[in-house]
Design a protein around this ligand. Structure first.
Ligand code: S3P
Length: 436
């Protein structure tokens, strides 16, 4: 039998202290990719030392890019130029990272050589037609497994043509894949979004000197441009901070300061949702970090009330629903989530994983195809399955802090994909959390 790594979470102390949250995952992936494609040498500070982003860096090393690690969370990337990547000597392993695989699909579809992108068990079940569809309209040739699943077998040497593409699902990954292919395409590439998603690709391409027009829900660039090396400072990841925002909000007596967290408005939907629920979160020391707004977030315990989460907030908090479900579990009155069907195709089916886990801990959760209603109540101990999903695991580690008995959280190793040393930081702040 395969051994999984589990946690035991139980009632801990009120949370106290000042925490430094690791670097943003989305920004770290893009920083290493664009630095690799640039002319010249770029330094990345605050790089996330997570398995996902390290997998992306390892892939670029295999594609012929020299990347140094002078100290943890720092990379020096010796860019090879947009035409300088070389064929790898085998499959490229994206690990657990949808961002890695989807952005690389756009980039590698435009190279002269063939590539094969593979991923772990979770990534191997995630839909790729959303990227292979528009990329093939541009002239790319990518074979998938049955049902549009990885591996992606990318046939290089195609000549790509720019498109004007309207996204079918709100997805920054799809937008970014099309824009990266567009960098190599003839003519202009335009991407339109039904609801604006995170715009790191657009902002960062501009920082690397690319002439790109963008506004919320719209991006346009011309093919044939080069990137100029630049230094990138990665802000702390709001999606990682989110677990502490929820934990301190629901554990009586807590007060935490989370330092210099990235507050890109396309990421901070949870902040708005928690404030609608009555959370006490203030922003201090606001500044800019590599072109991104950052601030310290000071969060104090406050009684929360259930809400209907406004659907307009969903894309801006798409990674934060596991945490939101736990806030809802501890609130007064039910919380309704709708318009969030995308959660079914994340690292796990997050609607089912959260609903099932909270039921195991004694709550009523009614699931719908695109959401759920969470009825709060007293959490009991029990064994919940994270389905190998980092954010489900972290969410249930918080639920355990309020439970009457021990909560065993199964299969937590993937927390390292996005949040190395989460358990160390959490226990330092007051969590009762140990390896089983
Ligand atoms: C990401 C986009 C989102 C998000 C993921 C990171 C990115 O995915 O869930 O964690 O870095 O572009 P989708 O594009 O699938 O919504």
């Amino acid at each position: 039998m395969a051994m999984t790594q589990d946690w035991i979470a139980s009632a801990g102390q009120p949370l106290r202290g000042t925490l430094d949250i690791p670097g943003d995952k989305s920004v770290s992936h893009r920083a290493v990719m664009f630095a690799a494609l640039a002319d010249g040498t770029s330094t990345i500070d605050g790089f996330l030392e997570g398995e996902d982003t390290r997998a992306t860096a390892a892939i670029f090393s295999r594609l012929g890019v020299r990347i140094e690690t002078p100290s943890p969370s720092q990379r020096i990337v010796h860019g090879v130029g947009v035409d300088g990547l070389k064929a790898a000597d085998g499959e490229l392993d994206c690990g657990n990272a949808g961002t890695g695989m989807r952005l690389l699909a756009g980039l590698l579809a435009a190279q002269r050589f063939d590539s094969v992108l593979v991923g772990d068990a979770s990534l191997s079940k995630r839909p790729m037609r959303r990227v292979t569809g528009p990329l093939s309209t541009m002239g790319a040739r990518i074979d998938t497994d049955e049902g549009g699943l990885p591996p992606l077998r990318i046939h290089g040497g195609q000549s790509l043509t720019g498109i004007d593409y309207t996204l079918e699902v709100a997805s920054a990954q799809v937008k970014s894949a099309v824009l990266l292919a567009g960098l190599y395409a003839n003519g202009e590439t335009v991407v339109r979004e039904p609801h604006p998603t995170r715009d790191y690709t657009e902002r960062m391409l501009k920082a690397f000197g690319v002439d790109i027009d963008f506004s919320p829900g719209f991006a346009r660039l011309r093919g044939g441009q080069r990137l100029k090396a630049t230094d990138i400072a990665v802000p702390a990841d709001f999606s990682s901070a989110a677990f502490f925002l929820v934990a301190a909000s629901i554990i009586p007596g807590s007060e935490l300061r989370l330092r210099a967290v990235g507050l890109n408005p396309r990421r901070t939907g949870l902040l708005q949702a928690l404030r609608l629920m009555g959370a006490d979160i203030t922003e201090e020391n606001a500044s800019e970090h590599g072109g991104e707004p950052v601030a310290d977030l000071v969060v104090r315990y406050a009684p929360l009330r259930g809400i209907a989460v406004p659907e307009a907030l969903v894309p801006d908090m798409i990674d934060e629903f596991p945490a939101l479900f736990v806030a809802a579990a501890a609130a007064e009155g039910p919380t309704v989530v709708s318009g969030a069907a995308e959660l079914r195709v994340k690292e796990s089916d997050r609607l089912a994983a959260m609903a099932n886990g909270l039921r195991t801990l004694g709550l009523r959760v009614d699931e719908t195809p695109d959401g759920a209603t969470i009825f709060p109540g007293e959490l009991q101990g029990g064994a919940v399955d994270s389905h190998g999903d980092h954010r489900i695991a972290m969410a249930f580690s918080i639920a355990g802090q309020l439970a009457k008995g021990e909560v065993r959280v199964g299969d937590v190793a993937n927390v390292a994909t996005s949040f190395p040393n989460y358990d160390g930081l959490a226990t330092g702040a007051g969590f009762a959390l140990r390896k089983a």
